[in-house]
Design a protein around this ligand. Structure first.
Ligand SMILES: [Zn+2]
Length: 305
């Protein structure tokens, strides 16, 4: 049995686990990401969680290491500067993990959204398709690409950044430095801000706005319409460029279900003209809470087979 030591580094939580070749998480643990500007404090938290998983009484010996981490990063070297982890700038995460845990076995890192896309293609909602865009719509909007059955990296490991397709040239400033990107409009915080700007008085969180929308609050409904529409427009462009079979969408905003997917699909139907664009299916991601670990493992499985 092939076993991968998987690490998933996010802005709010760290997760580690041992994952088999079918994507099943055998043993895992999670911990909050420390809020620290000291890179070594963050590293010690990673060591603690990896050591904990490896010390588990049921832990099998692993064959390689896969890491998903928020971007941007220098790739494939794996020097990371995650937007939401301020203590790491150009931090040599892959090298550190490899030196301490690999013992000559392969170790691979990628953007966490790429890891999720690869997992959805291999085991989730994209299974059986060769041309897949895997998206995450939450605090940010991320994505990864599988084309012709293979992961697409691009020139610097950054292919698939669907969140920074421009869908409104006059739209709001984006955290990336651009303007009117899908992420600037569709991400959870933008959605909550928009609802508040239209009169929503509840908490400015995606979950609260989703509850408001389910209760019929027009500001909250409008915020989901705007978010879904931006993602729908981005997907039309992605499909025109890549002739995709399926787009999978996970993340907190997508959890709102029809509130989000309804306007998204209406927009897609309105703007997608060409038959090869219209054929693309847009579906919720299927892998659950441990998808980040399965995805991190998937990154290295091709190197192990
Ligand atoms: Zn952007």
């Amino acid at each position: 049995m092939t076993v991968v030591l998987a690490l998933d580094v996010g802005g709010t939580k760290l997760a580690a686990g041992l994952v088999d070749g079918e994507g099943e998480v055998l043993v895992h643990d999670r911990a909050p990401t420390p809020v620290s500007l000291d890179p070594e404090v963050l590293w010690e938290a990673v060591v603690a969680i990896l050591d904990g998983v490896l010390a588990h009484p049921d832990a099998p010996v692993h064959d390689g290491i896969g890491i998903g981490c928020g971007g941007p990063m220098r790739w494939p070297e794996g020097r990371v500067s995650p937007i939401n982890i301020h203590g790491w700038r150009d931090f040599p995460l892959l090298e550190r993990v490899r030196d301490r845990y690999a013992g000559g076995r392969p170790a691979v890192i990628h953007n966490d959204a790429v890891a999720l896309a690869v997992a959805e293609h291999r085991w989730g909602a994209g299974q059986g398709h060769d041309h897949v865009l895997g998206m995450v719509v939450s605090t940010g909007v991320g994505g990864g690409l599988v084309v012709g059955g293979r992961r697409v990296d691009g020139g610097t490991g950054n292919a698939g950044h669907v969140g920074h397709i421009v869908v409104d040239p006059l739209g709001p400033a984006c955290p990336c430095g651009g303007r009117g990107c899908v992420e600037a409009i569709a991400r959870g915080p933008a959605l909550a801000e928009y609802a508040a700007s239209r009169g929503w008085k509840g908490p400015q969180t995606g979950i609260a706005v989703a509850e408001g929308a389910r209760g019929g609050d027009p500001s909250c409904v409008a915020a989901f319409e705007r978010s879904g529409r931006a993602v729908g427009l981005g997907i039309v462009s992605a499909c025109a460029l890549l002739d995709l079979d399926v787009v999978t969408i996970g993340g907190g905003v997508a959890q709102a279900g029809d509130l989000f997917f309804g306007p998204l699909r209406r927009t897609f139907d309105e703007y997608a003209g060409l038959e090869f664009v219209r054929r693309c299916e847009i579906v919720p991601a299927r892998l659950g809470a441990l998808a980040g670990l399965s995805g991190a493992a998937a990154l290295v499985l091709d190197d192990l087979s």
